[in-house]
Ligand binder design. Structure first.
Ligand code: QUE
Length: 367
């Protein structure tokens, strides 16, 4: 069975390209095959004059895409004997192929010359967010659950998160990145990740109406007005935004503080709001090394253009593949599922600056 299904819908004039991630048992988690297929087809559609726009969705009701195939990377890293790998070894591995191709595709979506409508229904985590964040028309639904949960697996928010977390108001991006907290459609709209909230019951009608469009010179605007109309009918189905409600509290935990005091603030505060308690529990289980890397990466990339953010992420992600924390996190959460990662450090202050410098040092390959 194809892991991405492509079809073309015929409109009054022109067509819409539909790409459906088709790995529902793995919540449509992305592997290299899916990335290759999607990238190749988007290229064909971009140069096809008959294609007016693209619709990107996931098969099944549970997830648009729950992330990247980090279990596949885990097996590769184990095979490479996880620690103390040479830079050459990592740049020639599946890890490099996966992250290079994934970030290439993510950036390509950001820069695509035709509208991409993405149906961000159900879980949109990690690698799924990478596909979602760059599309021109980003739809969330009443069932959307988003997160950048990588600090739970010894990684850090990547797939362009260095760019999109830094764009959020009130330091919310750093909070979401270090805790891996879940957020909903209204939160996504509040922080600028989604631009249309549409009730999932209107999906079929939306696709039918897209097919009724007589495509003119401004397809973006034509899709805008269609989606804005359906969004109006959807308002009563949408959850409240917790992030909007807690925005000032979140900023007060973070603004002007070191990562050590941010971490201690979040861990030690007696919160009343359940969402903050959940976020606190997530941070408690996260890798403190990942927390430090997330903080440093967001500072480093704060004023960088998108493409440079992706370059920095590629280097840092490959460094993560050379260190024990990431495979240990994947082992505990997704392979053995004991949920008891043996993290390298217990406290922020135990993470030596020399080690952090190594993570941010440039990987040099002889090839
Ligand atoms: C943290 C993460 C990920 C995660 C769980 C975490 C992640 C990821 C997956 C995932 C989900 C479904 C799959 C799969 C992987 O889970 O990034 O292969 O089928 O991709 O706690 O960062």
């Amino acid at each position: 069975m194809d892991s991405v299904i492509f079809k073309e819908l015929t409109c009054k004039n022109k067509k819409i390209g539909v790409a459906q991630l088709n790995n529902p048992k793995a919540l449509n988690a992305l592997n290299v095959t899916m990335i290759d297929m999607l990238h190749a087809q988007l290229k064909l559609w971009e140069s096809d004059e008959n294609i007016a726009s693209v619709l990107l969705e996931g098969n099944g009701d549970k997830a648009f895409c729950a992330g990247g195939d980090v279990v596949g990377l885990y097996h590769e890293i184990i095979k490479l004997e996880s620690n103390a790998q040479s830079d050459d070894k990592i740049t020639n591995s599946l890890c490099a192929e996966f992250f290079e191709k994934e970030y290439d595709l993510d950036l390509y979506i950001h820069e695509y010359s035709k509208p991409i409508i993405v149906w961000g229904h159900g879980y949109v985590f990690g690698g799924g967010m990478g596909l979602f964040a760059g599309a021109s028309h980003r739809i969330t639904t009443e069932k959307t659950i988003m997160a950048m949960p990588e600090t739970a697996i010894g990684l850090y928010p990547e797939v362009g998160a260095s760019w999109f977390l830094n764009k959020m108001p009130n330091n919310i991006g750093l909070f979401l990145g270090i805790t891996g907290a879940f957020f909903n459609a209204s939160d996504a709209k509040y922080v600028g990740l989604s631009n249309f909230n549409i009730a999932s019951q209107f999906k079929d009608g939306l696709v039918e109406q897209l097919c009724q469009i007589r495509w003119g010179v401004n397809p973006t605007q034509q899709i805008d007005s269609l989606l804005a109309g359906i969004e109006q009918k959807s308002l009563s189905y949408m959850p409240d935004s917790t992030l909007e409600l807690l925005s000032t509290d979140i900023n007060n935990l973070i603004e002007g503080k070191s990562i050590q005091s941010i971490y201690e603030n979040i861990i030690q505060t007696s919160f009343e709001h359940k969402w903050l308690l959940d976020a606190q529990a997530k941070l408690n289980n996260a890798s403190v090394l990942s927390v430090v890397l997330t903080y440093e990466q967001l500072i480093k990339t704060k004023h960088m253009p998108k493409a440079e953010c992706f370059n920095e992420e590629l280097n840092l992600s490959l460094r993560c593949c050379q260190f024990s924390e990431f495979p240990e996190g994947v082992r505990a959460q997704l392979v053995d599922k004991d949920k008891k990662p043996r993290w390298a450090f217990n406290k922020i202050e135990e993470v030596e600056p020399e080690l952090v410098s190594w993570f941010f040092s440039s990987i040099k390959s002889k090839n």
